[in-house]
Design a binder for this molecule. Structure first.
Ligand SMILES: [Zn+2]
Length: 77
């Protein structure tokens, strides 16, 4: 059973949803696990297919969680 990943448009929290393809096709209405919002956008993990990465290239590996120039905070990473 695939796992679909969503990011909340309201609070930015990530939500993973496990559903069958049939359930997904029928239309899922995922809820944000953090704030309960239904305004979620699905995240797609394309392994190596998309060349553009969201993170800054200058960030050294192993330093933080990839938050970028903004940096990690109490609510991040
Ligand atoms: Zn949320």
């Amino acid at each position: 059973m695939p796992i679909y990943e969503y990011t909340c448009n309201d609070c930015g929290a990530a939500t993973a949803l496990r559903a069958t393809v049939a359930e997904k096709t029928a239309g899922l209405a995922p809820l944000c696990q953090a704030c309960g919002s239904t305004a979620l956008r699905q995240q797609f993990r394309a392994a190596g297919l998309i060349g553009t990465r969201a993170g800054p290239a200058a960030a050294p590996l192993g330093a933080g969680g990839g938050c970028g120039p903004v940096g990690c905070g109490p609510a991040g990473c």
